[in-house]
Design a protein around this ligand. Sequence first.
Ligand SMILES: *Cc1c(COP(=O)(O)O)cnc(C)c1O
Length: 368
Amino acid sequence: MSTVTTPTSPTFEIHLSDTPASTAEREAALAAPRFGVAFTDHMARISWTQDAGWTHRRVEKYGPLQLDPATAVLHYGQEVFEGLKAYRYPDGTVWSFRPEANAARFARSAYRLALPELPEADFLGAIKALVEVDRAWIPPGDETSLYLRPFMYASEPFLGVRPSLEAEFLVIASPVGPYFAGGVTPVSIWVSREYARAGSGGTGAAKCGGNYAASLLPQQQAHAKGFDQVCFLDARTGTQLEELGGMNIVVVRADGSVVTPPLSGTILEGVTRASILTLLAEAGHEVAERPLLLEELRAGLADGSVTEVFACGTAAVMTPIGRLASDDFDLVVGDGTAGPVTTRIRAQLTDIQYGRASDSHGWMHRLV
Ligand SMILES: *Cc1c(COP(=O)(O)O)cnc(C)c1O
């Protein structure tokens, strides 16, 4: 056993796996990375109880969790998660993109779900400790990364309805290849009129499994109609665009101005969204965070005053939307291919993430 310490991060005990993948197995996994299917040899972990607080910081062998059938999360869905990536630069160093923002959001999500707030130093320390141990799992090649999935669940075996007095925080990691292996391809979007993702006062601004659970049926139905993703409208009036199941949405107008729904409490505050809005403003685009009426978007697509629509999030960075439809309309965005603003900002952001462009915003955080 060894330990990893840095001046800013707490100490994690390192318990190396006794059954790590062989070099050949790992190289085979990395040659064709399967996001969310293959995982690295280890996971980082911190335990919490109301009495003792956060204890037992460790990196241990990746493997199944043993859960009592009464474990609270299995019954009441008290769970939050995050998603971010580790990028290896040509010089061998490993970096992540604005992980402090993920740490802060994780604490806000936990607060909303009545889970304990994990200190930033523990969040950053856990991903650093895991990436140090499993750095060989970052795939070689362009636009690849190691996807990091921090999450926390209510682990107390108790069926009473109250916040759990015990919680587990873990980080697992999965190697990912380029999201758009064959070039950036637009997706088709079904606008759901039947289902909402989040309501005012609910958990829409928290990154929690429950929000995703609520989005799966509409997603499945949209798939059956031949669409890639669902866009949700506000639950109160059903007239304003909110976001997709796991990505924020942005509209680009012919005059160069950009509109995206505001952080009203029912959408997730994307780190990608915030970063893109910064880059757009710096590039001279007028950026408005304001309610975006479906009617307005439909009219803009019909008369050409809206030229691009894209979705954004950590996994795909930016995904052009090529088609938008619902029961009573079916519209192509621009010429149905990735537009110039989407293409340019996406390149600018990924250049920063992969260290190809200077990081003038101080967004990159070195892990290894
Ligand atoms: C994670 C997530 C996003 C995107 O957030 P990023 O920080 O950009 O990855 C958007 N919407 C929802 C619902 C999400 O869960």
